[in-house]
Write a protein that binds this ligand. Sequence first.
Ligand SMILES: [Zn+2]
Length: 417
Amino acid sequence: MVAAPGENLRVNGNRLWDMLMDMAKIGPGIAGGNNRQTLTDADGEGRHLFKQWCEAAGMTVGTDKMGTMFATRPGTDPDALPVYIGSHLDTQPTGGKFDGVLGVLAGLEVVRSMNDLGIKTRHPIVVTNWANEEGARFAPAMLASGVFAGVHTLDYAYARRDPEGKTYGDELKRIGWLGDEEVGARKMHAYFEYHIEQGPILEAENKQIGVVTHCQGLWWLEFTLTGKEAHTGSTPMDMRVNAGLAFGRIMEKVQEIAMAEQPGAVAGVGQALFTPNSRNVLPGKVVFTVDLRTPSQEKLDRMRAKIEAAATEVCELLGVGCSVEAVGHFDPVTFDPTLVGRVRGAAEKLGYSHMDIISGAGHDACWAAKLAPTTMIFCPCVDGLSHNEAEEISMDWAAAGCDVLFHAVVETAEIVE
Ligand SMILES: [Zn+2]
């Protein structure tokens, strides 16, 4: 028995690229990218193509009650738990060709390469297409992996509605991908996810491989400020109850609080709604969301407390009402040091430039980490552009990360001679 394949072994980068381009033909966007949103006809078509490819590679495809697909390559030991490689084939409405898709098809390419090279492993390999990672049509994101990890119930997931009022449960049946497996019944030996970075760091640092060590935690805090609607021309300054002014001061505080936690923390406001939003009326109501993220649990808790305290203080001074609701939350994730070391070691062995990196976005891997040793590999993307039809990566980048995935996965699944 040897621990890992020799360093001369590589995946077939051209074949991986061809699969990516073939999948991108399904659910084309309007600007060169993709619109293959969850549980649409295009999603169903993409699933059929993936299933066909998996079966041609000798794998057996199972589907669970959330519509997540699991393609299995058997191992030699019937008692050994599988090594999972997963990501998602669904896209944003104006999504790219690689976000999620790269990870699923790279998993399949790993299996195809193992077949070509006659590699047998003790643990089975399971390539996974998680349903509804994006959450664009049915919020929240990472829905199926969340149910799998016990974060959400199946009933909750089925009742999610798209903007037209259609439910997840009905749409899953309609496209014919309601599976029979109980969600979360599978047990994992390890979980790997290969994904585009969706940020500019790897390209700027000229690195081929991102060794992902953590996933940021986040809070989305939705504030509702209540002032008094009044004429901007005829209301004296000292008689105003100005929710807009309170909003401005809180935004400045959010910036200060994040800057005090540098490096390794971000916070900002991306959405604000003034009511009535008229140029000559002081707003009676302002609703806005603060998005704060950091890989440190301590910083995450401290920033949330500081932002809430600052908002209360600002509002009290101005006589403005203030309430806050947490509308989104993840704890930070620390990926498994052994698997992280295996990814770094594979990049080193294969001669690829690499750096440690933290995931700024959420991924299915963040939920999988609750269940099994988990890690991620990042591929650079041009200008850090993602959730955009212009999202681009190079064929060499895609292949390099897939090589690293191949070596790290086969080592974890244990080669049998
Ligand atoms: Zn993604």
